[in-house]
Design a binder for this molecule. Structure first.
Ligand code: SAM
Length: 326
């Protein structure tokens, strides 16, 4: 049974919430500290609670900000045992439904929001770009199968920017047409993590809402602020395997899922310290660049930490998009 209120605008606009705020003032008092307390109390609570399913959960890049905002995870789907290990170390009560291709949708509880950063290698410029011809590209249709069966009110998907341009736009058109056929209106935007944290990471975010239900105005999100490194630090990105060509920047290039073979290896970003020494970013720095708390991935080996963090979404971006879903 979905807990989503039928008319969610009640929670947003009605005097109901204003009068509760007023009664809060009344009870606690009118000093500046009390004001902060009351405002903090009411603004930290979500306008409503959504039940969500985190498909392709990885290390919990969707689950972390959504549960922090008070939403309830009814389950997740992940096949990588190390990603699952990290996820469960923080959310031990959540149920992993495993391989999405084998999920029987009728066995899933009802939910309001379906999240999914579906595997992106088949659309990524770093991969072979086989798109839907790649079995990994097909996983998008498993998300759709679940959406069709469960009809959640909202979809929240993420992928590489390359999804938009793949096969001259035909792949993205197919995504939109498929979701349209399932009854979802879709809005999307490419957002760069560097407006939240010092990492250049461009991703496309899609929000679908079931036709006939209230449509949240999520995009565009305008953020002009650009993060840069502290003074003296620089990022270094190589363009070729022999490190002959590269460039420096005041923001980290998109972090990688693997640092095997570092410092060679095309595109692997490195950090130049104020003393001139060059080194790879540490897993903890990757956690910070993705908005996870320090040591979020510390329960697994370093290689798996890089892998999970390089595949993850930037949690700050998810948090701010989710705020607009109310
Ligand atoms: C792009 S990553 C998503 C990362 C996640 N959003 C996060 O923030 O950590 C895709 C994830 O899908 C998982 N995956 C791949 N095939 C899968 C399948 N058939 N069923 C469930 N998960 C799968 C991968 O192991 C990987 O962790």
């Amino acid at each position: 049974m979905s807990r989503f209120p039928k008319n969610r605008n009640l929670f947003r606009h009605a005097n109901w919430s204003a009068s509760h705020k007023r009664s809060g003032w009344f009870i606690i008092g009118n000093t500046p500290t009390a004001k902060k307390l009351v405002v903090g109390l009411f603004t930290s609570l979500p306008n409503f609670t959504m039940r969500f399913f985190d498909a392709f959960s990885g290390i919990g890049g969707f689950t972390l900000p959504l549960t922090k905002a008070g939403h309830e995870c009814i389950g997740f789907s992940e096949t990588d045992k190390y990603a699952e290990q990290v996820y469960l170390s923080h959310f031990p009560t959540h149920k992993n439904y495993g391989d999405i291709t084998t999920i029987d949708s009728t066995k899933l509880p009802d939910f309001d929001l379906l999240c999914g950063g579906f595997p992106c290698q088949s659309f990524s410029i770093a991969g072979k770009k086989l798109g839907f011809d790649d079995p990994r590209g097909q996983l998008f249709f498993d998300l759709c199968r679940i959406a069709e069966a469960k009809k959640p009110r909202l979809l929240f998907f993420e992928n590489v920017k390359g999804l938009l341009l793949h096969d001259e736009g035909r792949t993205f058109l197919r995504v939109l047409r498929t979701l349209d056929g399932l009854g979802y209106d879709v809005q999307w935007q490419v957002l760069n993590s560097r407006h939240w944290l010092p990492q250049n990471r461009e991703r496309v975010f899609l929000i679908g809402n079931l036709r006939g239900t209230p449509r949240p105005e999520v995009f565009p999100i305008e953020r002009n602020f650009r993060f840069t490194f502290p003074k003296g630090y620089q990022a270094l990105a190589f363009k070729d395997d022999e490190c002959r060509h590269g460039y420096t920047w005041n923001v980290m290039n998109c972090i990688c899922a693997s640092y095997r073979g570092y410092p060679t290896g095309r595109g692997k970003p490195a950090l130049v310290q104020p003393d001139g020494r060059m080194r790879k970013v540490t897993p903890k720095e990757c956690e910070r660049l993705q908005g996870f708390p320090d040591d979020w991935t510390a329960c697994v080996h370093e290689a798996h930490r890089y892998n999970g963090l390089g595949n993850a979404v930037t949690t700050n971006v998810i948090r701010d998009i989710a705020k607009r879903l109310s």
